[in-house]
Structure formats: C-alpha cells, structure tokens
Design a protein. Structure first.
Length: 106
C-alpha cells in the first residue's frame, strides 16, 4: 500500500490520528471526539503526506471497485500477536508488575 508500517507516527490506515512516543513505544491516544477518517479519495490525492512512504500511490488503486482504505483488513500480527498477546504473556509469566492472581505459578 506504500504507507507507513505499524510503528510510524501516522501509520493508522483507517484514521488520521498521530501517534505519540511514550515509554519507548509509539502509542495512539484515541480521543473522545475521535479523529478524521481516511478515505480512498484522500489516499489517491496523497492528502496526508506523512502517511505515505513513496511519492507514488499503490497500483492497487487502478483496480475498479477497490477502496484502498476499507478493502484491506487491519494487520492481525501487529494488532493481536505483538500487542495484546504479548502483554498477556508478560502478565502471566510475571515479567511485568501485574496482579498475583493472574500469574502462572512456577
């Protein structure tokens, strides 16, 4: 798609929220009022330059009836495997400070 990967400051493929650097990680502080939704037209016009990694758009845009923003699923590996599951494993194994009742006994 020629856009920033999961750890970029403007990497969300669905909205224009910008990440913040917190505790050695890029975090996306979702606000109550939300952020602007990305559209296929905005992608084709490269309206948000900080989101793109190339000066040209992906050739996928030339396929009819393909919405570059909505047609692709979110990246499971980065959202779940490296996000939620990693945090749960650290809590279960006692690598981070968490409640004793969720840790796996030695």
């Amino acid at each position: 798609m020629k856009v920033k990967s999961h750890s970029g400051f403007s990497s969300c493929t669905r909205c224009t929220i910008e990440g913040e650097y917190q505790q050695s990680r890029v975090c996306f502080p979702y606000l109550e009022n939300g952020s602007t939704i990305r559209t296929h037209g905005d992608y084709k016009q490269m309206k948000h330059e900080e989101h793109h990694t190339s000066i040209t758009i992906s050739s996928i845009c030339s396929i009819l009836n393909v919405d570059i923003v909505q047609s692709f699923s979110m990246d499971y590996m980065y959202l779940v495997c490296l996000g939620v599951m990693r945090k749960l494993i650290h809590l279960w194994m006692g690598n981070t400070k968490g409640p004793m009742n969720v840790r796996i006994p030695s």
